[in-house]
Design a protein around this ligand. Structure first.
Ligand SMILES: *[C@@H]1O[C@H](CO)[C@@H](O)[C@H](O)[C@H]1NC(C)=O
Ligand SMILES: *[C@@H]1O[C@H](CO)[C@@H](O)[C@H](O)[C@H]1NC(C)=O
Ligand SMILES: *[C@@H]1O[C@H](CO)[C@@H](O)[C@H](O)[C@H]1NC(C)=O
Ligand SMILES: *[C@@H]1O[C@H](CO)[C@@H](O)[C@H](O)[C@H]1NC(C)=O
Ligand SMILES: *[C@@H]1O[C@H](CO)[C@@H](O)[C@H](O)[C@H]1NC(C)=O
Ligand SMILES: *[C@@H]1O[C@H](CO)[C@@H](O)[C@H](O)[C@H]1NC(C)=O
Length: 396
């Protein structure tokens, strides 16, 4: 009788999930097998893949200083997790050596993205590599922590000499910065040094005060006055306008708050509360195919507006994580719908005969104002693989 009930439950659980994970996984493996073979012919000094015009077979590359350089490694690690095939593990181990030097980078908050998608996943998905990963993660966290500005209680995201609408005398924080706190929580856990998690908590806490609007939407940039620590101005860089909600910005916020809630062991209920506020904003404004336009305030009713598949993939992983914490079915169902639509002909990289790129998705928006739209994006693929892995854990 007991086993019958378990069988019934297992059948029900299966019925409850509608994404064909076998198809999704083998498609992703096929695309990245092609990509990894193509890249194996390249001189490593040619740089790191970031984005690609789907009509080209080759990805555009950047040098090691870019914020995106770790994500291909993150996809290699996640493919290893999804397949347990050492092909991916060996590539991932080899690849992460190429970004290792970034552990010393004190010039940007993005060191969290770079190191957690490589050495962070190495530590999580393998055993026996602690001696490689732990020192790199700890050093990277120290580099990030050096950017803490106590007067404003935040980490500085962008340096003032970088442009980005900056003026001297400001500490600029972008919504994206929420994603890099996981590095600090991890370092606190590994070293027992609470300074790392105290900084992460302080940053997340102030970001609640300043980046959220009453409707649950989020500002992209908040600039603090360097001498007073007060807010100087709130403005936009990658979104439509100063008071709009840039789709990827709020995806980072959903993901960043639920991760911060989890990694601070549930100590700060506000982090969960604001992850849900951002998620609710995101969910209620999605178009019928669940893949957001590049900005939630873009005029999609009268003019063509590009989507951002990367924002969709980041949010899918964030929403599945929210589901694991809250059990709220809406988060699971929305994430599933996002993933089903992403993997459909409309957005996948073999969806049209003219597409040549070896990626998982097209139709990402890197930077609307630079006309960098409808591209493959390395982090869109990565967060989808992360979401797929969690989806499989929850359903199989
Ligand atoms: C910061 O605040 C001080 C004191 O109010 C002011 O004098 C200074 O101009 C502000 N800095 C900037 C960059 O506006
Ligand atoms: C979070 O911010 C609130 C108000 O801004 C403050 O009262 C509280 O002490 C802060 N908590 C932490 C842990 O920083
Ligand atoms: C943003 O500001 C514009 C112009 O002031 C206003 O028309 C619009 O309603 C505002 N949008 C939001 C989301 O606050
Ligand atoms: C969360 O719990 C883990 C395991 O007990 C611990 O190592 C870590 O320091 C805790 N993190 C925080 C921010 O309290
Ligand atoms: C579940 O999440 C949805 C979307 O944010 C929200 O509208 C709903 O109230 C939540 N349900 C519960 C029981 O919290
Ligand atoms: C996706 O990108 C292609 C060009 O690469 C474009 O033709 C198509 O309209 C885009 N899809 C959407 C939904 O915007």
């Amino acid at each position: 009788m007991k086993s019958l009930i378990f069988l019934l439950l297992a059948v029900l659980a299966k019925l409850g999930s509608s994404l064909d994970v076998t198809v999704a996984r083998s498609y992703a493996v096929r695309q990245y097998t092609l990509l990894s073979q193509q890249l194996s012919n390249d001189d490593p000094s040619s740089g790191f893949i970031t984005t690609a015009n789907p009509l080209n077979a080759y990805w555009d590359k950047n040098d090691v200083t870019r914020w995106t350089v770790g994500f291909y490694g993150g996809s290699l690690w996640t493919l290893y997790k999804l397949t347990r095939d050492n092909y991916w593990r060996n590539l991932a181990l080899e690849f992460q050596e190429r970004v290792k030097e970034r552990q010393y980078d004190t010039n940007t908050h993005d060191v969290g993205f770079v190191i957690m998608s490589t050495f962070g996943l190495c530590l999580e998905y393998t055993t026996g590599n602690e001696n490689i990963a732990v020192p790199v993660i700890t050093q990277a966290a120290a580099s990030l922590a050096s950017r803490f500005y106590p007067l404003a209680r935040v980490l500085r995201s962008w340096n003032n000499d970088e442009g980005h609408g900056g003026v001297p005398g400001e500490v600029k924080v972008i919504a994206d910065n929420m994603m890099n706190l996981e590095l600090l929580f991890k370092a606190a856990e590994l070293t027992g040094d609470r300074i790392f998690s105290d900084i992460a908590v302080s940053h997340a806490n102030r970001t609640i005060e300043e980046h959220f609007r009453p409707d649950g939407g989020t500002f992209h940039v908040v600039a603090y006055n360097e001498t007073t620590g007060n807010v100087q101005r709130k403005y936009n860089w990658q979104g439509l306008r100063d008071n709009s909600t840039w789709a990827r910005g709020i995806s980072w916020v959903i993901h960043g708050y639920i991760t911060s809630y989890q990694k601070s062991n549930g100590t700060f209920p506000r982090f969960l509360e604001y992850a849900e506020i951002a998620a609710n904003y995101f969910i209620t404004r999605l178009p019928p195919d669940f893949v957001p336009y590049w900005d939630f305030d873009a005029d999609f009713e009268t003019t063509y507006q590009p989507r951002d598949t990367s924002a969709a993939a980041i949010a899918a992983h964030g929403l599945l994580t929210l589901y694991t914490v809250t059990g709220n079915q809406t988060y699971f169902d929305t994430a599933e719908k996002i993933m089903e639509n992403l993997i459909s002909e409309k957005y996948r990289s073999d969806g049209k005969p003219e597409y040549k790129v070896s990626s998982i998705f097209v139709n990402g928006t890197v930077f609307y104002h630079e006309r960098n739209t409808n591209t493959a994006i390395v982090y869109g693929d990565f967060y989808f693989l992360q979401a797929l892995d969690l989806y499989i854990e929850l359903t199989q």
